[in-house]
Design a protein around this ligand. Structure first.
Ligand code: DX5
Ligand code: ZN
Length: 221
Protein backbone atom coordinates (compact mmCIF):
# COMPACT_ATOMS: atom_id res chain seq x y z
CA UNK A 1 0.00 0.00 0.00
CA UNK A 2 1.28 3.44 -0.95
CA UNK A 3 1.72 5.84 1.98
CA UNK A 4 2.65 9.51 1.66
CA UNK A 5 4.76 11.09 4.41
CA UNK A 6 5.40 14.82 3.89
CA UNK A 7 8.63 16.04 5.52
CA UNK A 8 8.13 18.99 7.86
CA UNK A 9 11.71 20.09 7.15
CA UNK A 10 10.39 22.29 4.35
CA UNK A 11 7.47 23.79 6.30
CA UNK A 12 7.22 27.31 7.70
CA UNK A 13 8.62 26.75 11.21
CA UNK A 14 7.04 29.93 12.53
CA UNK A 15 3.71 28.08 12.36
CA UNK A 16 4.75 24.45 12.64
CA UNK A 17 1.57 23.32 14.44
CA UNK A 18 -0.67 24.88 11.80
CA UNK A 19 1.43 23.33 9.05
CA UNK A 20 1.19 19.88 10.68
CA UNK A 21 -2.60 20.16 10.94
CA UNK A 22 -2.85 21.31 7.35
CA UNK A 23 -0.81 18.32 6.13
CA UNK A 24 -2.88 15.93 8.24
CA UNK A 25 -6.03 17.37 6.63
CA UNK A 26 -4.61 17.19 3.12
CA UNK A 27 -4.65 13.41 2.72
CA UNK A 28 -1.21 12.50 4.08
CA UNK A 29 -0.79 9.13 5.78
CA UNK A 30 2.10 10.15 8.02
CA UNK A 31 4.14 13.15 9.05
CA UNK A 32 7.89 12.80 8.48
CA UNK A 33 9.92 14.53 11.20
CA UNK A 34 13.64 14.96 10.50
CA UNK A 35 15.84 15.09 13.59
CA UNK A 36 19.44 16.16 12.93
CA UNK A 37 22.22 16.62 15.49
CA UNK A 38 24.89 18.54 13.56
CA UNK A 39 27.21 15.56 14.03
CA UNK A 40 25.79 12.62 12.10
CA UNK A 41 24.83 15.14 9.40
CA UNK A 42 26.07 18.70 8.87
CA UNK A 43 22.81 20.35 9.94
CA UNK A 44 20.73 20.81 13.11
CA UNK A 45 16.94 20.75 13.19
CA UNK A 46 14.76 19.97 16.22
CA UNK A 47 14.37 17.35 18.93
CA UNK A 48 11.80 15.66 21.16
CA UNK A 49 10.31 18.84 22.75
CA UNK A 50 9.25 20.20 19.36
CA UNK A 51 7.75 16.84 18.37
CA UNK A 52 5.88 16.75 21.68
CA UNK A 53 4.35 20.15 20.92
CA UNK A 54 3.20 19.09 17.46
CA UNK A 55 1.73 15.91 18.98
CA UNK A 56 -0.82 18.10 20.79
CA UNK A 57 -2.40 19.35 17.57
CA UNK A 58 -2.76 16.19 15.45
CA UNK A 59 -3.10 12.43 15.82
CA UNK A 60 -1.58 11.60 12.42
CA UNK A 61 1.16 8.92 12.46
CA UNK A 62 4.52 10.44 13.41
CA UNK A 63 7.31 9.03 11.26
CA UNK A 64 10.47 10.17 13.05
CA UNK A 65 13.72 10.04 11.06
CA UNK A 66 16.72 10.21 13.38
CA UNK A 67 19.86 11.50 11.67
CA UNK A 68 21.85 11.47 14.91
CA UNK A 69 25.03 9.71 15.99
CA UNK A 70 23.67 8.03 19.12
CA UNK A 71 20.00 7.15 18.57
CA UNK A 72 19.92 4.59 21.41
CA UNK A 73 20.42 7.36 23.99
CA UNK A 74 17.30 9.24 22.91
CA UNK A 75 14.77 6.53 22.00
CA UNK A 76 12.70 6.96 25.17
CA UNK A 77 12.53 10.73 24.69
CA UNK A 78 11.18 10.41 21.17
CA UNK A 79 8.64 7.76 22.09
CA UNK A 80 7.45 9.85 25.02
CA UNK A 81 7.16 12.81 22.65
CA UNK A 82 4.74 10.82 20.48
CA UNK A 83 6.72 8.96 17.80
CA UNK A 84 4.79 6.10 16.18
CA UNK A 85 7.68 4.86 14.08
CA UNK A 86 11.34 5.62 14.66
CA UNK A 87 13.86 5.21 11.86
CA UNK A 88 17.55 5.36 12.64
CA UNK A 89 20.66 4.87 10.53
CA UNK A 90 22.60 1.64 10.24
CA UNK A 91 25.70 3.91 10.03
CA UNK A 92 25.07 5.46 13.47
CA UNK A 93 27.34 4.72 16.46
CA UNK A 94 24.64 2.86 18.43
CA UNK A 95 24.44 -0.92 18.40
CA UNK A 96 21.85 -1.68 15.72
CA UNK A 97 20.35 -4.79 17.33
CA UNK A 98 20.14 -3.14 20.74
CA UNK A 99 18.50 -0.02 19.32
CA UNK A 100 15.91 -2.09 17.43
CA UNK A 101 15.12 -4.03 20.62
CA UNK A 102 14.81 -0.85 22.65
CA UNK A 103 12.33 0.72 20.21
CA UNK A 104 10.25 -2.47 20.03
CA UNK A 105 10.24 -2.91 23.80
CA UNK A 106 8.46 0.44 24.05
CA UNK A 107 5.78 -0.64 21.53
CA UNK A 108 6.97 1.62 18.75
CA UNK A 109 7.58 0.61 15.13
CA UNK A 110 11.16 0.48 13.82
CA UNK A 111 12.74 1.60 10.59
CA UNK A 112 16.37 1.20 9.56
CA UNK A 113 17.96 3.56 7.04
CA UNK A 114 20.92 3.52 4.67
CA UNK A 115 22.74 6.56 3.29
CA UNK A 116 23.45 6.63 -0.46
CA UNK A 117 27.00 5.26 -0.03
CA UNK A 118 25.97 2.29 2.12
CA UNK A 119 25.23 -1.06 0.44
CA UNK A 120 21.63 -2.19 0.98
CA UNK A 121 22.95 -5.58 2.14
CA UNK A 122 23.86 -3.88 5.46
CA UNK A 123 20.20 -4.05 6.52
CA UNK A 124 19.70 -7.69 5.51
CA UNK A 125 20.65 -9.17 8.92
CA UNK A 126 17.86 -7.14 10.55
CA UNK A 127 14.97 -7.71 8.12
CA UNK A 128 13.22 -10.15 10.44
CA UNK A 129 13.07 -7.54 13.19
CA UNK A 130 12.04 -4.28 11.51
CA UNK A 131 8.89 -2.71 10.06
CA UNK A 132 10.45 -0.48 7.43
CA UNK A 133 13.67 0.17 5.50
CA UNK A 134 14.45 3.74 4.47
CA UNK A 135 16.55 4.02 1.33
CA UNK A 136 17.94 7.57 1.21
CA UNK A 137 17.80 9.02 -2.29
CA UNK A 138 19.93 12.07 -1.37
CA UNK A 139 22.77 12.55 1.15
CA UNK A 140 20.92 13.16 4.43
CA UNK A 141 21.11 16.68 5.89
CA UNK A 142 19.11 19.06 3.74
CA UNK A 143 15.82 19.39 1.90
CA UNK A 144 15.60 20.42 -1.73
CA UNK A 145 18.44 18.30 -3.14
CA UNK A 146 18.34 16.40 -6.44
CA UNK A 147 17.14 12.82 -6.54
CA UNK A 148 19.88 10.18 -7.01
CA UNK A 149 18.46 7.84 -9.66
CA UNK A 150 21.02 5.11 -9.09
CA UNK A 151 19.45 4.40 -5.67
CA UNK A 152 16.61 2.63 -7.51
CA UNK A 153 18.84 -0.43 -7.93
CA UNK A 154 19.03 -0.73 -4.14
CA UNK A 155 15.25 -0.62 -3.89
CA UNK A 156 14.93 -3.38 -6.51
CA UNK A 157 17.50 -5.56 -4.68
CA UNK A 158 15.76 -5.00 -1.34
CA UNK A 159 12.25 -5.71 -2.66
CA UNK A 160 13.55 -8.92 -4.27
CA UNK A 161 15.16 -10.01 -0.99
CA UNK A 162 11.96 -9.26 0.97
CA UNK A 163 9.88 -11.18 -1.59
CA UNK A 164 12.21 -14.16 -1.24
CA UNK A 165 11.74 -13.97 2.53
CA UNK A 166 7.96 -13.75 2.11
CA UNK A 167 7.87 -10.30 3.71
CA UNK A 168 5.85 -7.21 2.83
CA UNK A 169 8.04 -4.83 4.84
CA UNK A 170 7.60 -1.17 3.90
CA UNK A 171 10.31 0.42 1.77
CA UNK A 172 10.52 4.16 2.33
CA UNK A 173 12.33 6.63 0.09
CA UNK A 174 13.46 10.10 1.12
CA UNK A 175 15.11 12.86 -0.86
CA UNK A 176 14.30 14.63 -4.11
CA UNK A 177 10.90 12.97 -4.53
CA UNK A 178 8.45 14.83 -6.74
CA UNK A 179 5.69 13.99 -9.24
CA UNK A 180 8.23 12.56 -11.70
CA UNK A 181 10.77 10.80 -9.49
CA UNK A 182 8.01 9.10 -7.49
CA UNK A 183 7.24 7.03 -10.60
CA UNK A 184 10.78 5.63 -10.64
CA UNK A 185 10.89 4.67 -6.96
CA UNK A 186 7.42 3.12 -7.02
CA UNK A 187 8.35 1.08 -10.07
CA UNK A 188 11.46 -0.10 -8.24
CA UNK A 189 9.38 -1.27 -5.26
CA UNK A 190 9.20 1.56 -2.74
CA UNK A 191 5.81 2.19 -1.11
CA UNK A 192 6.34 4.84 1.59
CA UNK A 193 7.03 8.18 -0.04
CA UNK A 194 8.66 11.07 1.82
CA UNK A 195 8.44 14.46 0.13
CA UNK A 196 9.48 17.80 1.57
CA UNK A 197 10.03 20.62 -0.87
CA UNK A 198 7.74 19.21 -3.58
CA UNK A 199 4.79 19.34 -1.15
CA UNK A 200 5.59 22.52 0.79
CA UNK A 201 6.59 24.56 -2.27
CA UNK A 202 3.35 23.68 -4.05
CA UNK A 203 0.24 25.88 -4.16
CA UNK A 204 -1.93 23.12 -2.74
CA UNK A 205 -0.66 20.48 -0.29
CA UNK A 206 -3.72 18.41 -1.08
CA UNK A 207 -3.05 18.38 -4.83
CA UNK A 208 0.66 17.68 -4.35
CA UNK A 209 -0.06 14.72 -2.03
CA UNK A 210 -2.74 13.32 -4.30
CA UNK A 211 -0.57 13.47 -7.41
CA UNK A 212 2.32 11.81 -5.58
CA UNK A 213 -0.10 9.09 -4.52
CA UNK A 214 -1.67 8.53 -7.90
CA UNK A 215 1.66 8.53 -9.74
CA UNK A 216 3.04 6.05 -7.20
CA UNK A 217 -0.02 3.83 -7.46
CA UNK A 218 0.07 3.74 -11.27
CA UNK A 219 3.73 2.70 -11.22
CA UNK A 220 3.63 0.38 -8.19
CA UNK A 221 4.67 -3.23 -8.75
C1 DX5 B 1 16.95 15.03 4.24
C2 DX5 B 1 15.70 14.64 4.98
C3 DX5 B 1 14.50 14.65 4.13
C4 DX5 B 1 14.18 15.98 3.49
C5 DX5 B 1 13.66 15.68 2.12
O1 DX5 B 1 18.06 14.64 4.94
O2 DX5 B 1 15.82 13.34 5.53
O3 DX5 B 1 13.37 14.10 4.79
O4 DX5 B 1 13.24 16.75 4.17
O5 DX5 B 1 13.45 16.88 1.45
P1 DX5 B 1 13.15 16.92 -0.10
O6 DX5 B 1 11.90 16.12 -0.34
O7 DX5 B 1 12.99 18.37 -0.38
O8 DX5 B 1 14.33 16.31 -0.82
ZN1 ZN C 1 13.99 12.36 6.30
Amino acid sequence: MIKISPSMLSCDFSKIGEEAKKIANSGADMLHLDVMDGHFVPNITFGAPVIKSIRKVTDIVFDVHLMISEPLKYIEDFIRAGADIITFHVESDSDVKETIEKIKSLSCKVGLSVKPGTPIEKVFPYLDDIDMVLVMTVEPGFGGQSFMGDMCEKIVTLRKKLDEMGKTTDIQVDGGINEETVCLVAKAGANVIVAGSSVFNSDSYEKAISSLRSNAEINAL
